[in-house]
Design a binder for this molecule. Structure first.
Ligand code: NAP
Length: 342
């Protein structure tokens, strides 16, 4: 066995989760290379990463999920790939393809390049979006054996459909053309935790809106929540664990309604949570608001829905133990305040 540390490619190095994955890999001594779709963002990305890791040794290369250029150079010499990049959206685009194309075709580009370069394992950031939607309401938690039915447009968004279509395409491709390449998919819930700057993920919007008081009351929205640092740790564990090739792992701690998030913010942040609303909005009022607000409209399919998921498998096979969600909620808020973003 060589003592040279393995090289790991992280796609979408400018992203929120990718930043923490890079930090977790750096902490474990891996050589990290990261893609950006535009190298003009390298300095900004390094500055954000410097808040949680030493970015000096990280190499940045250019590659866009929508094009072939750069991917074979990006994976050259890598033992592992962390495919984290994929577009997020809070509102549905006119055409699903705006999200599906980069999510699915981009993932296939990463997979093909990885196979051709002899990469051992790709860890792909999937989502509970490809597990828990488009099905009849149920009270038992969803598990890794469940798949979203993306043909049910009433219980899916374009983003949910893009994540489901991308994961299925990648798994189909792997079965027929993957050769010795291994794949593990990670399925986070709503990812919270300290932001690294202005370019935070859309998952942070819920906490930002509460703190700003920019929502008049509390819509009955809720999500399985997870801390970004726990998501990153799972990406590294899934990359290294023997015997888990092909597996899916849910990364979510527990389910939180917005009203419980608001209550935690009030309780723990005192005056700093002065604008956080307390009134629960009736569903009809949210539906009415959706007529005028595309952001609310884009989330309407989630209204009143309790998509509970289980992380039992990750605990059993990856020894994954998420931190308390309330602490993540508070640290998200504190970071937004510290960065001057609310
Ligand atoms: P993020 O901060 O918005 O990161 C998304 C990343 O994808 C960015 O680096 C972005 O690059 C990149 N990207 C988007 N379109 C691209 C394209 N055409 N070519 C190359 N790169 C592209 O969001 P995140 O929360 O870290 O999300 C990362 C992954 O986690 C995604 O796969 C997402 O679906 C998944 N996920 C997120 C959550 C959550 O709650 N945040 C939950 C479940 C799963 P730019 O910076 O250039 O835009």
């Amino acid at each position: 066995m060589s003592d040279t540390p393995a090289t790991v490619l992280v796609t979408g190095g400018s992203g929120y989760i990718a930043g923490y994955v890079i930090a977790a890999l750096n902490a474990r001594g891996f050589v990290v290379r990261a893609t950006l779709r535009n190298l003009a963002r390298e300095a900004e990305t390094r500055a954000a990463l410097a808040k949680i890791t030493n970015p000096a040794a990280i190499e940045f290369v250019a590659a866009d999920l929508n094009g072939d250029a750069g991917w074979s150079e990006a994976v050259a010499g890598c033992t592992y790939v962390q495919h984290v990049a994929s577009p997020l959206a809070t509102t549905d685009p006119k055409d699903d393809d705006e999200l599906v194309r980069p999510a699915r075709d981009g993932a296939l580009r990463v997979m093909r390049a990885s196979r051709d370069a002899g990469v051992r394992r790709v860890v792909m950031t999937a989502s509970v979006a490809s597990i828990a939607y488009g099905r009849d309401h149920r009270t038992t938690p969803y598990t890794e054996t469940d798949w979203t039915d993306e043909t049910n447009r009433a219980d899916t968004s374009a983003y949910v459909r893009s994540k489901t279509i991308a994961e299925r395409a990648v798994r189909d491709w792997l079965a027929h053309e993957g050769g010795a390449l291994e794949l593990v998919t990670i399925h986070p819930g709503l990812v919270l935790g300290p932001v690294l700057g202005r370019d935070f993920s859309t998952s942070i919007e819920a906490i930002k809106k509460l703190l700003e008081g920019s929502v008049p009351g509390l819509p009955k929205f809720g999500w399985p929540v997870v801390d970004v640092r726990d998501v990153a740790d799972m990406h590294v564990s899934a990359m290294l664990a023997p015997g888990v090739a092909g597996e899916r792992f849910i990364a979510a701690a527990d389910f939180w309604w917005m009203k419980d998030m608001a209550a935690a913010l009030k309780r723990r942040l005192g005056a700093r949570a002065g604008k956080v609303p307390t009134l629960q909005l009736p569903n009809f009022a949210v539906r009415l608001a959706a007529l005028f607000d595309p952001l609310v409209r884009g989330q309407l399919f989630e209204l009143g829905r309790e998509h509970r998921v289980s992380h039992e498998k990750a605990t059993r096979l990856l020894a994954w133990h998420p931190r308390p969600t309330e602490d993540s909620i508070i640290e998200t808020a504190e970071s937004l305040i510290a960065e001057g973003l609310v």
